[in-house]
Every structure is written in C-alpha cells, then in structure tokens.
Design a protein around this ligand. Structure first.
Ligand SMILES: [Zn+2]
Ligand SMILES: [Zn+2]
Length: 140
C-alpha cells in the first residue's frame, strides 16, 4: 500500500484537513502496515527514532483521520481498539493464539447472503470475523 509523500498530503487535503506533521506521520504509518496496530503500537513505532509524539497527539490524530473516513477502527477484542487504513469492505481473521489480525478479501465470502435475516432488520454494514490459528502458530 506504500503511498508517496505527496499522495498522502493530497489525500489529507482532499478531506479538508490541515496537514500537520503528526497527522501525516500517523496516516503514513498506518498506510505502511497491515497488522492493524493499536494506538500504542503506532506511538512506539513513530517514536523509535525521534521521540517527539505524545500519546494524546496520536489519539487526536487517529480520531481526526477516523472522522473523515480515512481510517477505521477495528474492534475484534474486548477493550482493544485497533486501526486500519484499509477502509474498503473486507473481513478479518484473528489468531486466538498470537492475536494477529489479517485482512480477508471481501470476495472470499461472496456467496454470503444477508437476505435471510428476519424481516424488520435494516443492515448498515456487516463483515465476517474468522477466529482460529494462523500458520505460524499452527507450526509450533
Ligand atoms: Zn498466530
Ligand atoms: Zn483490516
């Protein structure tokens, strides 16, 4: 997903956001990974070289990016909020052993039918969460 700096800047601007170094750093970090990090993971990663960002700043940037729809929250575990820069529809696999989360392409469950839901339920959004064991855990 590696986007170039000027691309990232124009995406932020297109959403009407002022491009602050913090917003840029948080969004670029999320775009560069697909492991669905927590705010703490992002903080640790960004402060590896130069510890300049505070946790409050990270949360604020994440909130702003989420509000304009550039990133989404992924809640697959009670009390743990993870973030995803992939905002197109997709499903998730979560390893019960190591907690790793990976994307499952939307087409994987293309024959899933929500039309069998009882009448009266209006669906805004749905996705499948598959839980199990990832291959690196299964090998041990
Ligand atoms: Zn695992
Ligand atoms: Zn995802």
């Amino acid at each position: 997903m590696g986007k170039k700096a000027d691309e990232i800047i124009s995406v932020l601007k297109a959403k009407g956001l002022r491009v602050t170094p913090q917003r840029y750093a948080v969004y670029a970090n999320l775009l560069s990974r697909n492991d669905h990090p927590t705010a703490e993971n992002i903080l640790t990663d960004l402060n590896k070289d130069v510890p300049t960002l505070s946790q409050a700043t990270i949360y604020l940037s994440l909130q702003t990016l989420r509000d304009v729809g550039l990133i989404r929250e992924v809640l697959l575990q009670e009390g743990v909020c993870r973030y995803d820069a992939n905002v197109s529809p997709h499903h998730h696999f979560r390893c019960n052993c190591c907690g790793k989360i990976e994307d499952i392409p939307w087409e994987t469950f293309s024959n899933l039918s929500i039309h069998k839901l009882r009448r009266g339920l209006k669906v805004d959004h749905y996705e499948v969460i598959v839980q199990g064991e990832c291959n690196s855990c299964a090998e041990d």
